[in-house]
Design a binder for this molecule. Sequence first.
Ligand SMILES: Nc1ncnc2c1ncn2[C@@H]1O[C@H](COP(=O)(O)OP(=O)(O)OP(=O)(O)O)[C@@H](O)[C@H]1O
Length: 899
Amino acid sequence: MTEKGKKKADTDGANAADDPTKEEELYLPVSELAVSEKIRNFYLDSGIQSLYPPQSQAVLAGLLDNKNVMISIPTASGKTLLAELAMLKSIENGGKALYTVPLRALASEKFRRFSSFSKMDVSAGISTGDLDSADEYLGSNDIIVATSEKVDSLIRNETRWLQHISVVILDEVHLIDSPDRGPTLEIIITKLRRINPEMQIIALSATIQNSGEVAEWLNASHVVSSWRPTKLYEGVYFDGVYKAKVQKPSLNAKNNLKSSKYSKNSKTSKTEKKSVDADKGETEIKIDLPEDPDSCIEKEIKQIYIGKLPEAAVSLVADVISDSGQCLVFESSRKNAVGFAKKAAPVVSSLLKPSEKDELAEIAAGITEGSDTDIAVVLANCILHGTAFHHAGLTAEQRETVETSFLAGKIKMISSTPTLAAGLNLPARRVIIRSWRRYDSDSGMQPIPVMEYKQMAGRAGRPHLDPYGESVLIASKEDDVDMLTERFIEAPPENIESKLGAENMVRTHVLSTIANGFADTREKLLEFFKGTFFAHQRGLMSTIALSTLIDKCLDFLIENEMSQEKRKNADAVSEALDSGPASSPFQTADKISKSYTNFNGRSDAVLIPTTLGSLVSKLYIDPLSATTLLDGVLKSKEGGGDPAVIGFLHLICQTPDMKLLYMRSSDYEWVQEFIADNIEHFISVPETTKPAEYEWFMGEVKTAVLLYRWISETPENDISKEFDVGEGDIRNFSETAGWMANAASRLCQLCGFKSEAAALSDLELRLQYGASVDLLSLLKIRGIGRVRARKLYNAGFKSKDMLKKSDYVTVAGLVGPKIAEQIYKETGMAIDPEDLKNQKKRKERLKSPQSVGLSAKIIDVDAGETVSAPAGVNSETNGDPAASKPKKTQRRFDEFFND
Ligand SMILES: Nc1ncnc2c1ncn2[C@@H]1O[C@H](COP(=O)(O)OP(=O)(O)OP(=O)(O)O)[C@@H](O)[C@H]1O
């Protein structure tokens, strides 16, 4: 650190961040940062000369001095850079960093970024393995990226390198508010703080109302700012007019940027003019209002007249794309997201250049190469026209293609469900929030939360690319304009609230807390939970709620033999110490406290995890799932054993860890019939006289049938149509079911139920690959997949061993050269060089001048069987680039806009 920089950090510390008069510190030069020259040069070389004002604040608040900092600043204002600086500084001091994210896709994005740190000799790893593995091999990395669920499982599996973490980054910490993910996030923070009391915590969040409360909980300096690198206009569109306001940068809510040595944009132009498209009759008026004396936020208003197409949102999309911008449209449902991408496609297509169309055709071809489902074809068709949709029903690969093609500027518009708002960094010039209401099963259509609106709106304005961003709410009547402005644009975001009070959440975390030795008495359990945000936020009230919940959960765990309660006496204490997970790195010497006090009137006893309890904790399943699975297997054994696959699948669907498909009115008849036909295969069937239970049972059966179709090799497209789900949903269902099958198998092993353990282990593999049992031997070859495995099997190659008798050309003809090479490598066979030469020649022929271009790309895939078609397809295109579309895509193209 330079002397000057050091002095500032020492003397000013966190207080400087609260002092708006110290403007010269607002744009801290990178060259003066208290990090090594190597790190400074890395950023200087990438064009970052100085820190943005909120970033400077964070540094002054102790980011580089091992202090905890809670940073609540808008999207794209440079949070990741702050996380990087804190991590690099800590690593420089001999530490190790853990970067936690809410989504796997985000983990990959961050991992890609941190991999570029190899230039500074800093290594990065990503922990995406199964939720029951310790991933010890990652310990050699300086930075490890993981989702919060994965971190929770690493703690449960007592991963050793966790003890060496010197800085943890909590990305999107406002997700503490999420009922699904929030409790786990709170618990991992609480546990990590116990494991490494000296660890620095950097919490990153979008602007939320009560970030101060989170900062207090984390004992962190608080940096809050509405400063953005690009201006964000927030407004409402009605009847051809978009009226918007922009809020000028505000630091710590009260700071006002004045001109200074480092401030670059202290004044914004008052009379900027946008180019006017005469055809559309577009004009722009901007009026600067005087400073608002209360908030010190300057307001600027603009009004744009947008050419009216029959659909307002399409006009807004066309307007921004014709001005070289890109657009994100948020919808309330998947159906609407797909519908709007289709609706906007012809208009967007008319604005594309021929070269852009060619690029899009290649991307579309990639989509149809990867999947044969109807939805993939619709997506490919949209992409050909420059639009796309994005929702959880798409596969991870499809979503990634849409995201990267949008980031590269090729796809011009994405219409998406709100999941994208909380996800990747996908900024656009204009964000349109087409549906500001969403359906709620309890209360019907309801306005979305302000925080969600702000997250969506905040995606507008790409730093370094767009001069400004615009968010647009669409009013359907004039009266709605003011209402929408007040309800969303001018409203503060809601407070975030802990969701840890739910019994199922507490149950699973009580078990893991005992299993890892974080607490061994009821009192210590309560003490542990007092370290959570739930307890911090609720204060004294939480003690009553928590002690009642903990008692209830402990009763369940003791009754189901996952924990034992031993009364205090010398034997019990030594027994507890002996029988606990002695190798746990997290247990401290004071594991068994000398003084036991009564807890809630219960006995002063030691809590010990049983072997079953420890296993359930490591398997990362709800303890209730474990009892459901074990009870089911026991019941099936009592009934003679050997249940059919559908029986096991239904058992898995009975666990609380599985999400279920909804019953539609058209489902009742066939599900009832299916139950009647297979009644003897179900391990338990509720009585029809209990309608609520029976209704639930039918949902479980419906989900089990989907899984059954998947493992019976029913094509994905057929499953999609039958159950009205996307390919991504099929993968999610089968992945969770596979995880439960694995857990069930391990539980059976523990209980000595060998044949059930083996059957469930086979089922896990089948769920993983979506294939019948006869393919299992082949499916163990990496990257082979169920379709290729079936081709090999049908050609007589029924196992790895039988493949050893094959010749390369035949195998390559069946599965394509790449996979054939992989098979040969894995089975230890050598490829005859002559065979390889012939194969290459064949490939070259396919790349002949007639085959070049899109059609070659589509046809020349690695699945050998399709390679015979290029000439026919190419002759169809007749050299016309517009006709260079995938055959399949074109075939279904006519139907595309008609439904
Ligand atoms: N001080 C800076 N000077 C110039 N560019 C910067 C600076 N800080 C960050 N950036 C750039 O701004 C862009 C957005 O930064 P970043 O991704 O860190 O924002 P973010 O707040 O993490 O966004 P999000 O909320 O979407 O995750 C990146 O391209 C980054 O390189």
